[in-house]
Design a protein around this ligand. Structure first.
Ligand SMILES: Nc1ncnc2c1ncn2[C@@H]1O[C@H](COP(=O)(O)OP(=O)(O)OP(=O)(O)O)[C@@H](O)[C@H]1O
Ligand code: SF4
Ligand SMILES: [Mg+2]
Length: 338
């Protein structure tokens, strides 16, 4: 793997969605979707992000491409999302969406459902060339050549350019989405569960394609998934999120094979693991529902479901601490048990 110079540094990111109520539509509460998250992604690096539904993964991704104001105009964002582009540092957390135009091409997002993100009335050629028309002054011949080249890069045939999205399978649609994303030469692609809706055999093909493209184009990925085994395969680093916070972060194989936070351990014991050394590990079955990010438990947010919670876990919010070799864990109880 190549060198990991930092491409983006996320520092203490908070994203809260205000909830309005009453006759005067006053703010009555906040959904703390992201509640103090810090991590970085290097050039040509893949960071995998996992956690249960509603823990804030998509919100982190949307913040990183600065589209939250379009989704929720009242959103409250604080912290920093510092990108290092060529010689300039740009903070997307405070950058007005109107000023995004010049950076839009550098950071792109692909989604779980490629069908929903592809315009059904446009041909594949139109879909892939659309971002080129916005960003560059290209002749139609150059545009055609570029579309042909992109189709080839994602393993589609030139004659498929005239077809419409409904004529393709899920895996092929995801390839179209990837080609469209690549059209602008991005540096980072936020991949929001890009293979979750695909059959397992197709998942592997799309993931392999993404890994090949990463090497060829020196791309960085934030790869969001529910399935830890997918993330372990593709990622250099893994982040485990719970209710808007990072609870564990570190080298991919370290977090996967030696998870330390009780939540990561429960996530890992819930998936079938091909590794024979893990066969006899006790399965941790989580009790209780995930609390709402509008009313998080005090102290450690995981304490209402944690199998080893202690009374003191209701006190301070545990900070994420490096337990050695960049393996960060937000649980003083497991750290002390070392
Ligand atoms: N536009 C919005 N307005 C209000 N609340 C929102 C908005 N978007 C997300 N949320 C809330 O923020 C929290 C985090 O949501 P998010 O979609 O980021 O989670 P996720 O980890 O991506 O979940 P999933 O795995 O289901 O995709 C949830 O409680 C969600 O209801
Ligand atoms: S701080 Fe306490 S409740 Fe939270 S994960 Fe650690 S032991 Fe469990
Ligand atoms: Mg999501």
């Amino acid at each position: 793997m190549s060198q990991h110079n930092t491409l983006v540094d996320v520092k203490n990111l908070h994203v809260h969605f205000p909830v309005f109520g009453g006759v005067f539509s006053k703010k009555v509460a906040s959904v703390k979707a992201v509640d103090g998250v810090s991590f970085s992604i290097g050039k040509n690096e893949t960071v995998g992000m996992v956690g249960e539904s509603g823990c804030g993964k998509t919100t982190v991704g949307r913040a990183m491409i600065n589209i939250l104001y379009h989704v929720a105009p009242d959103v409250e964002i604080s912290g920093n999302i510092n990108y290092r582009f060529e010689n300039s540092i740009v903070d997307f957390a405070s950058l007005h969406p109107k000023k995004m135009q010049q950076y839009r091409s550098k950071v792109q997002m692909i989604f779980q459902d490629p069908y929903a993100s592809l315009n059904p009335r446009m041909t594949v050629a139109q879909i892939i060339s659309e971002p080129l028309q916005i960003h560059k002054n290209m002749s139609s011949k150059d545009m055609e050549d570029r579309v042909a080249w992109l189709l080839d890069k994602v393993g589609l045939r030139l004659e498929q350019a005239k077809r419409f999205p409904h004529e393709f399978s899920g895996g092929q649609r995801q390839r179209i989405g990837i080609a469209r994303t690549l059209a602008t030469n991005p540096e980072l692609i936020i991949c929001d569960e890009p293979v979750s809706a695909l059959d397992v055999s197709i998942q592997a093909q799309v993931i392999n394609l993404m890994m090949d493209l990463q090497d060829e184009f020196n791309l960085s990925y934030l790869f969001i998934a529910h399935d830890l085994s997918v993330v372990e395969h593709i990622s250099d680093k893994i982040i485990v999120m719970y209710l808007g916070n990072i609870v564990e972060m570190g080298d991919s194989s370290e977090v996967y094979h030696h998870p330390r936070h009780p939540y990561s351990r429960s996530l890992l014991s819930a998936v079938p693991l091909p590794d024979p050394t893990r066969k006899n590990k006790t399965r941790v079955v989580l009790q209780g529902d995930i609390p709402t990010p509008m009313n998080k438990p005090s102290g450690c947010a995981f304490r209402t479901r944690c199998p080893i919670a202690k009374p003191e876990c209701a006190g301070d919010i545990p900070s994420l601490v490096d337990t050695g070799s960049e393996h960060w864990v937000a649980c003083p109880v497991v750290r002390e048990a070392n």
